[in-house]
Design a protein around this ligand. Structure first.
Ligand code: CA
Length: 231
């Protein structure tokens, strides 16, 4: 099993950082968005196993993020963070399509337990295996196969392949991949994307004499032949 990927959408930097560090310590892979719009865009790509969503957010509040994601058919389980101050309405949180809620201040142990429970319960549409020809990525079992050959992937390689497969047939820019796979707060060398594309090619393409994963000069990367029906 690869690490579960959690998106934390929380504008209070210290709290977001605290949650991220704590979850990483529990073996989750964590990305953070500090406003509702960024959070929505990241979440919509569907590359997360779980979302922790604050309600009071700049850009787009948590209720709207949640209902917009569900409207966009993104079914990633969402744990909404609510405040005891009365800012929240728990019924409303559930109405907008959240799966669970937790009021601030919360115990970190409870947060982790709730997330694990949500992960077990998830039955969402984003969990169908992703396929391109004989290449199959099983989102639930966290396995990758080309034909009958199982291909071991690191969590990062898995996330990168998932991002590419979810938008197979169209170009994804290096920046988009950085945001999706490494998180918007990533401050390292952006060439890490090329490095990982190289790793993936050596795993999913070359040993099989394939070249599904293409570099589109000056634009980004594309998995599979262009599909004009896709964005
Ligand atoms: Ca907030």
């Amino acid at each position: 099993m690869s690490a579960m990927r959690v998106l934390v959408i929380e504008d209070e930097a210290a709290l977001a950082e605290g949650i991220a560090r704590g979850l990483e310590g529990e073996g989750f892979e964590v990305s953070v968005a500090h406003d509702g719009l960024d959070g929505f865009e990241l979440a919509r790509a569907g590359n997360f196993d779980l979302i922790v969503l604050d309600i009071m957010l700049p850009g787009m509040n948590g209720y709207r993020v949640c209902s917009s994601l569900r409207d966009a058919e993104v079914w990633t389980p969402i744990l909404m963070l609510t405040a005891k101050s009365g800012e929240y309405d728990e019924a409303e949180a559930l109405d907008t399509g959240a799966d669970d809620f937790l009021s601030k201040p919360f115990s970190f142990v409870v947060l982790v337990a709730r997330l694990r429970a949500l992960a077990r319960r998830r039955t969402d549409h984003n969990l169908q295996p992703l396929e391109l020809g004989d290449l199959t990525l099983d989102i639930v079992a966290r396995t990758c196969r080309r034909g009958s050959t199982e291909i071991p992937l690191s969590p990062r390689e898995f996330a990168l392949l998932e991002a590419l497969l979810r938008r197979r047939g169209h170009v994804i820019s290096k920046q988009e991949l950085l945001d999706l796979v490494w998180g918007e707060g990533f401050e390292g060398d952006p060439n890490v994307v090329e490095v990982y594309v190289g790793y993936l090619r050596r795993k999913i393409d070359r040993p099989f004499g394939m070249s599904d994963l293409e570099t589109v000069r000056g634009e980004g990367y594309r998995l599979g032949t262009p599909d004009p029906a896709l964005r």
